[in-house]
Design a protein around this ligand. Structure first.
Ligand code: ASP
Length: 344
């Protein structure tokens, strides 16, 4: 038998570590140490678990890039001492955080598994225990002295996903996430089935690099029938805006009104990066397929392909924060850096 894996739990907040305040009925965060004592099963796992907690655990709606940087910093500081990391956070913005971390952690050769739950850990019908225990087991998986999972993932309700392919789709069901454009990396049933063909493998000799600067001069504009010019201009005119995710219809389509095309053209001319991302949960942008995307193609909008909005916006923050040149921005965005898009 190999050595016991060392796992670091990073608790940031969220339902998983909450209790009910019975006087008000509201959920509030409790001391993280109680989370471990609430799950005695953890001591049965064949790994050594240590934990670290945000000083003030937060609801994930309050998360921002400075919290992502804190998570990245904790992982960087403890990278050599641990074999895997499990990040506990609320599910509401988990796809954003975990997508962001996938870009911030370059050449990762160890697992970073995000998880949380829909019901508090103390609840009788909680999903927290399974999510936490299996996440730890996955983070501890080793083969030939190497981690089986070498990327940032999200584990929820029996499925392990590549984090930057996920979206939260349900506020009620235990199955809160989906990854329509990329298969699950593992499924937990009676056995833990790993989908080996879909895993990322990083070369050990490539240096692990942590990027902490995320540029937030970005925006998302979702098209809807009837959006008017003033609204678009309001967004395009945001001072210091550097990049925009344009959520288009279907395979990357938009109205063909001249004012829309000329406003986008002017903004691109001034240096704004605009990424075409579909509002559909599945499928891909194919500019030029319909006449309603031909003009966007001519404008040379960046093609988001099958990227999620969560991955697109965090990739923009990362690329802008890394000082990628204007000239190579489009090519780099359209390149899969962490498996976040399907490259044809
Ligand atoms: N509102 C909570 C949060 O995102 C929901 C959850 O924990 O899943 O922090």
């Amino acid at each position: 038998m190999g050595k016991k894996a060392n796992i670091l739990l990073i608790y940031t907040g969220g339902t998983i570590g909450m209790v009910k305040d019975y006087s008000s009925g509201a959920l509030r965060a409790f001391n993280f140490k109680k989370l471990v004592s609430n799950i005695p099963e953890l001591s049965q796992l064949a790994c050594k678990i240590e934990s670290i907690s945000f000083k003030t655990p937060i609801d994930s709606s309050n998360m921002n890039p400075s919290h992502w940087a804190s998570i990245a910093e904790i992982i960087e500081k403890h990278y050599d001492r641990y074999d895997g990391f499990v990040v506990l956070q609320g599910s509401d913005t988990m796809s954003y955080s975990s997508s962001a971390l996938s870009f911030m952690l370059e050449n990762l050769t160890k697992p970073v598994i995000f998880t949380g739950s829909q019901l508090p850990i103390g609840d009788l019908r909680t999903d927290a225990k399974e999510n936490l225990i299996t996440s730890i087991q996955i983070a501890a998986l080793q083969e030939n002295n190497q981690a089986v999972i070498q990327e940032v993932c999200l584990y929820f309700e029996y499925k392990l996903y590549r984090a930057n392919r996920t979206t939260k789709i349900n506020a009620e069901h235990f199955q809160a996430f989906t990854s329509i454009n990329f298969p699950a990396l593992a499924e937990s049933g009676v056995h833990l089935k790993i989908n080996r063909n879909s895993l990322r493998k990083n070369l050990k000799h490539n240096k692990f690099i942590v990027h902490k600067i995320m540029d937030t001069n970005v925006a998302i504009f979702k098209l809807f029938p009837g959006f008017n010019r003033a609204l678009l201009r309001g967004v395009l005119g945001i001072p210091n805006l550097k990049a925009l995710v344009l959520e288009t219809y279907g395979a990357g389509n938009a109205p063909t009104d001249d004012w829309l095309i000329s406003d986008l053209k002017e903004a691109i001319g001034k240096g704004l990066h605009i990424v075409n991302v579909t509002q559909c949960s599945g499928g891909s942008v194919m500019m030029g397929r319909y006449s309603t995307s031909e003009k966007l193609k001519k404008l040379q909008l960046i093609n988001g392909g099958d990227i999620t909005t969560e991955a697109a916006i965090t990739k923009l923050m990362y690329l802008l924060g890394s000082g990628v040149s204007h000239k190579s921005f489009r090519t780099i965005f359209e390149t899969s850096l962490r498996g976040e898009l399907t490259q044809n």
